[in-house]
Design a protein around this ligand. Structure first.
Ligand SMILES: Cc1cc2nc3c(=O)[nH]c(=O)nc-3n(C[C@H](O)[C@H](O)[C@H](O)COP(=O)(O)OP(=O)(O)OC[C@H]3O[C@@H](n4cnc5c(N)ncnc54)[C@H](O)[C@@H]3O)c2cc1C
Length: 370
C-alpha cells in the first residue's frame, strides 16, 4: 500500500489510529488498525499491505466520498453483503467540524464530531465494506464497468460506482486569499464571529449567505461592508434589513481585486465591475460567502451535469450512465443537508445493489467504452 507504515497509522486504510484496540506484530514490528476489518485484511497478506505498491483490485461496488452520503452508502452496501470499497479523502465530510447541528433527527443538538464520529464508527464496525483514505483522480469506463485511478497510484474496478464527493466553497481566486486564510480570511463565519466584535470587516457575496453573515456581524457591532458583484439576490426582507442597518455599507456591482496584510488581513482592494478606480477598504477580516461548487472533477467527462455542475440523477440516484450512481450534495437533488445526503446515500446503495445483482445474474449490462 502507498500509505505510511508508521505505527500511528493503519497500514491498510491510511487512517490515523488513536486507540490500540486492534494491534498485531509482523517481523518484530507492531502495527495498529482502525478496525477488525483492516486487521483481518492485513493478516491475510501483510507483505502486500506494506509493499507500498499501487493496489489493483476489483469490487462489486466502489463508493467515492466519506461524508454523510458516502458513509451511509457504505453501510447500506455492507448490509446487502456487497463486496464494496469506500474511497475518501477523509471520513466525515464538510460538517465534521461544525459545533451545532440542530436538524438531524434523533438529536436536539449534536456536534459535527459526535454525529459524524458515529457515522464513521458504524462504517468501521461493518464486515463487508473495505475503506481506504485516498483521493480518486479519475473514473473511466472499461468493458465491464468502471476503473478508478487514485492519488496513491491504486487502480480499482467495479461494475457499479457511487459518487458522493460533496461540495467545496467557491473561492475568489484573488491575491492574498490563500495566504491569509484563517488569518482574517474565512469561509466559515460560524467559528470566527465573536473574534471580530466591534471591528471593521468585509463580507463578499450578495446572496442569502452573504446577507445573513453581514446581518450577524452588524448585530455584533461590527462596521460591515457587504460587497456583491451584482445586485443583492437574497430574500427581499433580509435585503431591506441589511440595507437599512446603520453600521453596514452595501457595495453592489463591485469586485474584490486583492486581500492585503502581512501576518493578518489589514485591508481589501475593490473596484467597480468592468473596470474603474480601485478603492482600499480598511478591514481586519474578510468573510467569503460566494457559494459552493460540486466536487465532480474525477467524473465530469462521464456524466450529465446541470448548469451548476451538479450530477443529474434519477429517482434511484442513477446518473446518466448505467452502473454510475450519485448521492448527496454533489447531485442536483434539492436541499443540501446531512439528513438528505445520508438518505440519498442509502438509496444509491440500494439501487446499486439491485444493479450489481441483476448484472451478476445476467439481466443487466454495462456498455463498453464508446
Ligand atoms: C460549516 C458547515 C456547517 C453545516 N451545518 C449543517 C447542519 O447543521 N445541518 C445540516 O443538515 N447540514 C449542514 N451542513 C451541510 C452538510 O454538511 C452537507 O449537506 C453534507 O455534509 C453533505 O454530505 P455529502 O456526503 O454529500 O458531502 P460532504 O460532506 O461534502 O462529503 C464529501 C466527501 O467526499 C470526499 N471527496 C471529495 N472528492 C473526493 C475525491 N475525488 N476522492 C475521494 N474523496 C473525495 C470529501 O473529502 C468528503 O469526505 C453544513 C455544512 C457546512 C460547510
Amino acid at each position: 500500500m502507498p500509505m505510511t507504515d508508521s505505527a500511528d497509522y493503519d497500514p491498510v486504510c491510511g487512517m490515523q489510529v488513536h486507540d490500540r484496540r486492534w494491534v498485531t506484530t509482523y517481523r518484530g514490528r507492531e502495527y495498529v488498525f482502525c478496525s477488525e476489518g483492516c486487521l483481518a485484511l492485513f493478516r491475510r497478506d501483510p507483505a502486500l499491505r506494506l509493499s507500498h505498491k499501487g493496489e489493483r483490485a476489483r469490487y462489486d461496488l466502489v463508493i467515492v466520498g466519506g461524508g454523510p452520503a458516502g458513509l451511509t452508502a457504505a453501510v447500506y452496501a455492507s448490509l446487502q453483503h456487497l463486496h464494496a470499497l469506500l474511497l475518501a479523502r477523509d471520513l466525515g465530510g464538510q460538517a465534521v467540524d461544525t459545533s451545532r447541528i440542530k436538524n438531524y433527527m434523533g438529536y436536539d443538538l449534536v456536534t459535527g464530531p459526535e454525529l459524524l464520529g458515529r457515522f464513521r464508527d458504524q462504517l468501521l464496525a461493518q464486515k463487508y465494506i473495505e475503506h481506504r483514505l485516498d483521493e480518486v483522480l479519475s473514473v473511466a469506463r472499461v468493458a465491464d464497468g468502471f476503473a478508478l485511478q487514485t492519488r496513491h497510484g491504486c487502480r480499482y474496478e467495479a461494475p457499479a460506482v457511487i459518487i458522493a464527493t460533496g461540495m467545496h466553497r467557491r473561492r475568489l481566486d484573488v491575491p492574498g486569499e490563500r495566504r491569509l486564510l484563517r488569518r482574517g480570511v474565512s469561509y466559515r463565519l460560524v467559528h470566527e464571529l465573536e473574534r471580530y466584535q466591534g471591528q471593521a470587516v468585509a463580507v463578499v457575496g450578495g446572496g442569502n449567505s452573504g446577507i445573513e453573515a453581514a446581518t450577524a456581524l452588524s448585530r455584533l457591532g461590527c462596521r460591515v461592508t457587504l460587497i456583491s458583484s451584482g445586485p443583492l439576490t437574497g430574500d427581499a426582507g433580509d435585503i431591506a434589513r441589511v440595507e437599512a442597518a446603520e453600521n453596514t455599507v452595501v457595495l453592489t456591482d463591485h469586485e474584490v481585486a486583492a486581500i492585503e496584510g502581512e501576518e493578518q488581513v489589514n485591508g481589501l482592494r475593490v473596484q467597480p465591475r468592468g473596470g474603474g478606480r480601485e478603492r482600499f477598504l480598511d478591514v481586519s477580516a474578510v468573510f467569503i460567502e460566494i457559494g459552493y461548487l460540486p466536487n465532480t472533477d474525477c467524473v465530469a467527462p462521464l456524466v450529465d451535469r446541470n448548469r451548476d455542475g451538479e450530477i443529474e440523477t434519477g429517482r434511484d440516484c442513477s446518473a446518466s450512465i448505467p452502473g454510475l450512481f450519485a448521492a448527496g450534495d454533489v447531485t442536483n437533488g434539492f436541499g443540501k443537508r446531512i439528513i438528505i445526503a445520508a438518505g440519498e446515500g442509502a438509496r444509491a446503495a440500494l439501487a446499486a445493489g439491485v444493479f450489481v445483482r441483476a448484472r451478476q445474474s445476467g439481466t443487466a449490462s454495462v456498455q463498453g467504452p464508446a
